[in-house]
Each structure stands twice: as C-alpha cells, then as structure tokens.
Design a protein around this ligand. Sequence first.
Ligand SMILES: NC(=O)c1ccc[n+]([C@@H]2O[C@H](COP(=O)([O-])OP(=O)(O)OC[C@H]3O[C@@H](n4cnc5c(N)ncnc54)[C@H](OP(=O)(O)O)[C@@H]3O)[C@@H](O)[C@H]2O)c1
Length: 249
Amino acid sequence: MGLLDNKIALITGGTSGIGLATAHRFVAEGAHVFITGRRQSELDIAVVALGSNVTGIRGDVSNLDELDRVFAAITSRGQGLDVLFVNAGGGSFSTLEELTPEGFDATFGVNVRGTVFTVQKALPLLKDGASVIVTGSTAASKGSPAFGVYAATKAALRSFTRTWAAELAGRNIRVNTIAPGPTNTPGLSGLAPDPSQAQGLLDMLTGNVPLGRLAHPDEIANVVLFLASEQASFITGTELFADGGEVQL
Ligand SMILES: NC(=O)c1ccc[n+]([C@@H]2O[C@H](COP(=O)([O-])OP(=O)(O)OC[C@H]3O[C@@H](n4cnc5c(N)ncnc54)[C@H](OP(=O)(O)O)[C@@H]3O)[C@@H](O)[C@H]2O)c1
C-alpha cells in the first residue's frame, strides 16, 4: 500500500530539483503524476527517468494559454486531480538599486501570477478532499541583500495560501506552503552569476543553516508527500519549514 495509491497529481516544475524528486516519491507511493516544465528536452528526460505512471506536458506557468493547454490535457484524462504541487518558480539576485521593471515582472510573473492562475485553473479539476501544496521559501521570512523580489514573491504566496485554505475549506481541500531552506538543486546553483561562483554561493548558503549542510531534494519531497497525503488530514493554511533550522534558531 502506498500513501498515494490511485491518486492523480500535478507537479508544476516537475522536471528538475524539488519537483522531480517529489515526482519520484509520488510515483513510488502509487500516484499517477503529471509533470510540467518549459523545456521539452528536460521534460522528455524526466519522463524516461520516472519510467511509469507519468505524463509530461510542456508549458510555461506565466503564459495563460499554455496553462490552459496543460489543464486541457489533464481534463482529457477524465480523472480530476487529488494533489496539486504548485512548484514552478525561481529567482535571481538583484539589489533594489539594480532592479529593473522587466526583472520585477518576470519574477512576479512566474512565481506569483503563475502560481495564482495555476491554482485558479485547477479548481474545476480538484476533487473534494484534495491537497494543494505551494512552494514557498525561507527567503520570505528573511531580509537577504539582493533577494528582495524573490523573497516578496514567496511572501505573497504564503499569504495566498492562507486565503485559499479559507476559501476551499468547505470542500475539504487543504492548502499549505512548504518552505524549503537551501536545497541542492540545479536551480540553486544557477543563482550564481557564473558557474565558477556556484560553489562559493552554496558554501555561503550552507553557513546560514544550523544543520551545516544543504537539503537534498528528497528531504523536501518527503515533506511534500506528507502534506499531500492523508497523514496531514488536519493541516491546512500552514507553512511547513524544511530548512535545517535556518529561520528557526
Ligand atoms: N533550491 C532551493 O534552495 C529552494 C529553496 C526554497 C524554495 N525553492 C523553490 O522551489 C521551487 C523549485 O526550485 P528548484 O530549486 O527545484 O529549481 P530547479 O531545479 O531549477 O527546478 C525548477 C523547475 O521549474 C520549472 N520551471 C521554471 N520556470 C517555469 C515556468 N515559468 N513554467 C513552468 N515551469 C517552470 C523548471 O523547468 P524549465 O526550466 O524547463 O521550465 C524546473 O522543472 C521553486 O519555486 C523555488 O523558488 C527552492
């Protein structure tokens, strides 16, 4: 018996890092998983790696037409959604002084607008009793130089999670935020301005973690699985940190 036997899940940004690790975990626990990402090549690789019970759908969450295409594909399967992991996102470093309107709009477009309309468009597919998990970040609870726009997008998502939990409680749909600390993914290394600086960035981030290391994506996936499953049946509207103590101690 798996924790997600016969469940249908959508994971946005499911081709890499935290999303891909979660897709592996969900499939191992008996779910059929839809994964999305913008790059067809990465989608194809992820689908092969997952092996079975997976459907890849290419789509950019910041493009409403592409979101419609993603949900049309899921609708055509005719089984609704039990779990929605709204995870696609990312950011870049920019101080207030360096910030451009284009950079601001791009980060808010993917992280906030993309998440909001993913959840909105999923509503007709979500079954009563479904679980929605939104990827936040410890960044939302900190003031880190040059990370203000990213942090603000994740703070916005934390707020939306409370509202959606209230709006959907009548359908017994639980909505929660997973707030990972620094997690060893391509996305995290990609924050470095060039690859030669990636290790220095990872070392600096590790220094902020009381447990003294980065998270492995599987450690975040375990928490997402918990929130997705009936094990978390009385948890809604919360923000669950998996951060090695980064913003707790
Ligand atoms: N790693 C960390 O330390 C950390 C900590 C806290 C929170 N987070 C959050 O965790 C989530 C996953 O990050 P990660 O570290 O696993 O990054 P990652 O390895 O770069 O994976 C990001 C995934 O999202 C997809 N994606 C990005 N933009 C997209 C868009 N506009 N539309 C659709 N898919 C998109 C990527 O595929 P394509 O590029 O092909 O689209 C990829 O599948 C993000 O929301 C991030 O902010 C990460």
